[in-house]
Design a protein. Structure first.
Length: 223
């Protein structure tokens, strides 16, 4: 299957470079380019990409707002955020909005291709453990209103689902969660799928962020 990729960046040299470097990869087709987030809806309607490689900082509509609007659409393509910073408040906001991960602009082309392939297959680019590292490096004081909302959303989970959500937030793999909570790996996968469906989330990264926002990690609150 060929993965259809849309590149959105306000720097024409970056767009050209990415299109040139990624366009020759097996199973990947650059279907179009955009210079601003304001162009994304029309490009999605016209080109039907599977994945959008999205710059965060753009002049009219930035990548954050474009990602938020895009992920509200039915059957939305996955989004991989492009950034020059690995510990950026806006990266976390993009992940909360539904981006499947991020890559640095100086990432080797082969790694960007691998990231695109991963999100196209339904896997986030970065693990919850990496997300935790981001959260520890970014001044991300959670407002009381967001903490309360996150806690309320997690209250909709059954007790076992809540335990799995917290374990995901702590960066544990399915196998590690299974060993810790004394269940099989398939059962863990079932719980993760139910959590995503109940909370209307896109991926495990968002589960981790929600657990963080609710104050359930690293002794911040009860599990």
């Amino acid at each position: 299957m060929t993965i259809r990729l849309l590149v959105v960046d306000d720097d024409p040299l970056v767009r050209a470079g990415l299109s040139f470097m990624l366009g020759g990869a097996d199973g990947l087709e650059i279907v179009g380019e955009g210079a601003d987030g304001s162009e994304v809806p029309e490009l999605i309607d016209r080109l039907s990409p599977d994945v959008v490689l999205m710059d965060i900082r753009m002049p009219t509509v930035d990548g954050l707002r474009a990602t938020e609007e895009l992920r509200r659409r039915p059957d939305a393509p996955e989004v991989v955020v492009l950034t020059t910073f690995h510990a950026d408040e806006q990266v976390l906001r993009a992940l909360r909005a539904g981006a499947a991960g991020f890559v640095l602009k100086d990432t080797p082309p082969a790694e960007i291709v691998a990231a695109v392939r991963r999100v196209a297959s339904g896997d986030p680019v970065l693990s919850p453990a990496v997300t935790r590292q981001l959260m520890s490096h970014v001044a991300d004081r959670v407002p009381d209103s967001r903490r309360g909302t996150a806690a309320q959303r997690l209250d909709s989970l059954a007790e076992r689902e809540r335990e799995v959500a917290v374990a995901v937030g702590r960066g544990q793999s399915n196998a590690e969660i299974a060993a810790t909570l004394y269940m099989s790996v398939p059962t863990v996968k079932t719980h993760v799928s139910r959590i995503l469906a109940k909370l209307d989330l896109n991926n495990r990264v968002q589960i981790a962020l929600l657990a963080h926002d609710a104050g359930l990690l690293d002794g911040e609150g009860p599990t």
